[in-house]
Ligand binder design. Structure first.
Ligand code: 5GP
Ligand code: MN
Length: 334
């Protein structure tokens, strides 16, 4: 972040303010971890912060400190719109374009408030007065740690903030495996553990909370997997009917796409999930190595993300979406 931006933000944060903090729609561990870390930090600086998520967050994040205070825009539009309008400062975390907030975009677009974006996705839109955007970071949570450090407020870090930051770094780095995990990341993690982040408990809370139905759905997904060794590609599909059979709840399909990459020699994995209520197929892409799934998702499936992890959607049927994908993989170099 530019020196003059940090100075200006330091000044803005030197007097108590009403501050809204917003993650992207369908927030993940990094989006929730970063918004809640910032929430607890701003509380300590005597501000009046509120986290307003566009829609519900998954159950496996409901233990995060402060998650019970998170307001859900799509469940209470009137009240949350009013709070957004009354905010003196708005932080948008872990996304690069306002449309990532879904319907909330229309409210945000009309506001004259000062926006601060902190994010690690490619090609950020130009909607914020202050943009701290850097794709070299593996997570927005690592950037929040840096942001607090740049403000000269590391003395405010405590166990609660450390727990939130630890969560986002852990989830967005695939448990410290993905390429953007650096020595600096690990030094920050060490600091967070010293501050009280429980490094053996947090992964258990996040990952060891399967329901029987969720494991059965995973079994179905793995059975549905198609492998194309000649294109180093694999995909999984789940129809609405299959989701219903296993009583799908939000978060159940999280991470399933990664199984594709665990097959030896596979560099590109996708999952297609039918959402009949929204009339879309939600897609996740993952890659290993140089194949840029962000570009692929942008070009072909109205999406985006990072080089090795991206998402998108399709308005075609599940069958037609898959047919389109099968054709595309014969035309690209993976
Ligand atoms: P996931 O596949 O876990 O939903 O998302 C992987 C990455 O791609 C995340 O960083 C997420 O924010 C991003 N992403 C997912 N869906 C979309 C989308 O529709 N548009 C854009 N621009 N990014 C997405
Ligand atoms: Mn992230």
């Amino acid at each position: 972040m530019k020196k003059e931006d940090i100075e200006a933000l330091g000044l803005l944060l030197s007097t108590p303010k009403k501050i809204a903090i917003i993650p992207h729609r369908s927030p993940d561990g990094d989006a929730m971890g970063s918004t809640l870390a910032l929430y607890h930090f701003l509380l300590k600086l005597n501000h009046k912060p509120v986290v307003i998520a566009p829609n519900e967050f998954p159950d496996f994040l409901a233990w995060l400190p402060g998650s019970d205070k998170v307001l859900i825009f799509e469940k209470d539009k009137e009240n949350t719109t009013k709070m957004l309008q009354e905010s003196e400062l708005i932080f948008t975390l872990d996304f690069n374009a306002l449309h990532r907030t879904g319907e909330m975009e229309h409210v945000l677009n009309k506001l004259q408030t000062t926006f601060v974006m902190i994010d690690h996705h490619q090609s950020p839109d130009d909607f914020a007065q202050f943009t701290y955007s850097d794709t070299n970071f593996g997570s927005t949570c690592e950037m929040i740690y840096n942001f607090i450090s740049l403000l000269g407020k590391k003395d405010q870090l405590d166990q609660t903030i450390a727990t939130c930051i630890y969560t986002g770094i852990l989830t967005d780095s695939g448990s410290f495996r993905f390429p953007k995990t650096t020595g600096t990341t690990h030094r920050i993690i060490a600091d967070l553990i010293d501050l009280g982040a429980e490094n053996t408990t947090i992964p258990t809370l996040l990952f060891d909370n399967n329901s029987y139905d969720r494991l059965q759905l995973l079994g179905k997904a793995l059975q549905n997997m198609k492998v194309f060794p000649e294109y180093k590609t694999t995909y999984i599909s789940l129809s609405q009917e299959e989701l219903d059979t296993f009583h799908y709840v939000k978060g159940d399909t999280e991470g399933i796409v990664n199984y594709g990459l665990t097959i030896k020699g596979i560099h590109f994995a996708a999952i297609f999930i039918e959402h009949k209520d929204e009339k879309i197929i939600k897609i996740s892409f993952r890659s290993q190595g140089d194949f840029d799934v962000n570009q692929f998702a942008r070009e072909h499936f109205s999406g985006g993300g990072h080089i090795n992890a991206a998402g998108g959607k399709s308005n075609l049927s599940l069958k037609d979406t898959i047919a389109k994908f099968e054709k595309l993989i014969t035309q690209i170099k993976i």
